[in-house]
Write a protein that binds this ligand. Structure first.
Ligand code: 6GU
Length: 246
């Protein structure tokens, strides 16, 4: 069964965009996943086809109307009764690999892309929509966020990446950053690949990688440790950095 994505947007020309190329593009050509867009403006009711209005209480910018968006959402709900509906907005739940995994395991997803200052809050009360953010910064609209979310989901679909995406080693799979990578040349600008990686001792390599994953996460992303710390087992004993052991 094809994993089906539907994007509700004022800018359908932004899709598939980068997802039509490379890995995701190939998977789309193989019908592992599909993408269609719904033009929100098609659900406008007035002569000017307006989808937004001035914010209640005053202030800058415009707000997307709940009635117009609900009509678009209802159309998609009818077409894809099974698929969850997300709305990309900086006010949403932070996207993480766990949510990506859940979405990729389902039948697909429908994504509403916000524009302007935001979406009338009553839409979230009146329809089963999960607001999702891709990080603590502001984009000019939800479209680039939707592309990000879809990219993360598509690479997990069976047959898209093979073994590379299914391992426990990837960043965030254990609540940690992944260990650092190296390849030839052995020496680049005087810097050598860590000796342990050339040892052929797989247990020792695994221990070194676990150690570096834990250490780099502690240094760069202490927030990940705080969130996942209890759920993870400690690194294998004796695992230390190459610089420390040789
Ligand atoms: Cl999902 N949308 C917009 N407009 N800005 C964002 C975002 C989403 N996530 C982070 N910033």
């Amino acid at each position: 069964m094809t994993w089906a994505a539907t994007v509700l947007t004022l800018y359908p020309e932004m899709f598939p965009g980068p997802l039509g190329l490379s890995l995701a593009g190939r998977a789309m050509a193989q019908e592992i996943w599909s993408l269609d867009t719904v033009q929100i403006r098609d659900f406008a009711t007035d002569r000017h086809r307006s989808v937004d209005d001035t914010p209640a209480g005053g202030g800058a910018g415009m707000v997307m109307r709940a009635d117009i968006l609900a009509a678009a959402v209802d159309c998609v709900l009818e077409r894809r009764p099974g698929a969850p509906i997300l709305a990309m907005t900086p006010r949403g739940r932070p996207l993480d690999q766990a949510l990506v995994r859940d979405l990729a395991a389902g039948s697909g997803v429908s994504i509403l892309c916000g524009r302007f200052e935001g979406i009338d809050e009553r839409l979230f009360e009146g329809r089963p929509i999960l607001p999702v953010s891709i990080g603590d910064y502001v984009l000019s609209g939800g479209e680039v966020a939707a592309l990000t979310l879809l990219d993360a989901c598509v690479r997990l679909l069976p047959g898209v990446m093979g073994a590379a995406s299914s391992g426990d080693d990837e960043s965030f799979e254990q609540g940690l950053l992944e260990y650092p990578h190296y390849t030839r040349p052995l020496i680049w600008e005087g810097r050598r690949i860590p000796e342990v990686l050339r040892s052929g001792d797989h247990a020792k390599i695994a221990a070194w990688r676990a150690s570096r994953a834990a250490e780099d996460t502690r240094l760069r992303r202490p927030d990940l440790i705080a969130r996942h710390g209890d759920a993870r087992r400690p690194p294998p004993s004796g695992a230390r950095h190459e610089e420390e052991s040789d």
